[in-house]
Design a protein around this ligand. Sequence first.
Ligand code: GLU
Length: 619
Amino acid sequence: MHTPTRRPFRTGAALVATAALTVSLTAARAAPDGRHHPGEPPRSPVATGFGGAVASVSPYATQAGLDVLEHGGNAVDAAVATAAALGVVEPYSAGIGGGGFFVYYDARTHKVSTIDGRETGPAAMTTNFFIDPATGQPLAFADAVNSGLSVGVPGTLMTWATALDKWGTIPLRKALQGGTDIAENGFVVDPTFNSFTAMNQARFSQIAPTAKLFLPNGAPPAVGSVFRNPDLADTYKLIAKDGPGVFYHGVLGQEVANTAQHPPTVANPTMYFRPGVLTASDIAHYTAPVQAPTHVNYQGLDVYSIAPPSSGGTTVGEALNILSNFDVSPSDQVQALHLYDEAARVAFADRNRWVGDAAFNNVPVRGLTSAAYGKDRSCLISATSTLTSPVAPGDPSAPHGGTTCPAGAPGGTEVAGTEGLSTTHLVTADKWGDVVSYTLTIEQTGGSAITVPGRGFLLNNEMTDFDFTPVHPGAPDPNLPDSGKRPRSSMSPTIVLKDGRPFLAVGSPGGASIITTVLQILVNRVDLGMSLPAAIAAPRASQRDRSVTDAEPAFLNLPQIPALQALGENFVLVAPSGTPTPEIGAATGLEFLPNGEVQAAAEPARRGGGSAMVVHPAR
Ligand code: GLU
């Protein structure tokens, strides 16, 4: 394990200049795994110790959060600082042009709270928003992604301001400092950043400010080169000076709206970016409400996650409630994997039918997360065969006795996934015992491909998380676009308590596969007895009520595969859109160990490997 390099915490703009770059460059040394790139802070996927912890996909971002902890900040302060740094080093997954969901455990009140920072549909959005008036047909997904239409009101900056205001100890300007330093001084381009840029090259080349920023000299920044984003540094400084109002009620909001309405294409573009309808008034009306988490009890543990508009909390929760009715144990790995797949399959059937923005639909959250409903649904699952997808959704609003298996109903609808490896998850904890689990996104890797001119950040394409047309013919679709509505998410930032104290915090990117990744990590850790790092590293599969189950190459090589196939499971190599590698998720997590230590864990390999650090490493 690396001892994290310390660098001074800078509290004022005058101290910004060179310290970050000097220290991070001198920290350069080759890592034994060969993945260390000269100039990066040390990158280690696991750290164990005391005094607080941070894990994220990037050593720069983890270090930014750790700096805040080391200077007396709490978990919320560190989470915002880490997120602000991710906006710089992971600009294709996170940033103030996007949204996300923040889960917070308060050690004083022992309460879990959440912030809904989801992007919101413009006032002019209608249910047929993604229907091409020229043809009467839904737009091709890529045409919607690469357009101003897909841009929703960003919620990330409001999330940061709200979190700091309610639970933090430092002002926003201090939380932005680490990210500002990195944007100004630069970070070393690693193969992931390079390949994510290359993957987006065709569309990035169509938008003038995006091409200028991310395709210097017409090509993706070279591995090992230093990437700077002075425009974003200036944007963070402007927000530091004027507060989030400069975004929601000021010049930045006006520019965001104007950019969505008039995508700034290059001269003679070869792709058509449809103009959007987002207005400064939409942005001025944005709110990031604090809301109650979802809750289920699994194996005596209290599992808290995100309520609608995310489907994360209800779907992970329902799958756990289903699994509660079986013996999931390491003594029968075939059954454990089979039950994991089947529970996810059934939970997804309900998710696809019932979950959308609860301000627009009566989402049966209570039923979906009730133990009795999980028991009812569990009787669909057989130890000796695999369900045929699509599975008919149940009725979570009906009374549940948990005694009879519901009669077979007509099948549901298989929903094709469009999910990739975009989005990013971070976890933080402090010495007082507060914990944050925070997932943030701009939707696709690279969002809408539209950078706000002169501001250094990409706009989201989150509106493409709406269903373009009703998914279940004849049944109302809770996830159709609408004015002021939030699209259904799958983000599942989760905090697990044991006897009322933090035990685990976990989350991941990966579109709808976020749900199965979080579920699989919980099953690996809680039922199969793996350590948290092993639970995160283990090969993944993702069943989402489809005829096939996506699987990573390493999963397809598991010795249990033939027996699972004999049960009827149909695994295919995952082919996520938006990533060059066949991976599912890029998780980070924390475990609070019985001896008072905290273990921070990130991916050892996926997405190039993540970064975990603790304030006082255990010897
Ligand atoms: N937009 C997705 C969601 O909210 C996340 C994007 C991804 O992880 O690919 O569920």
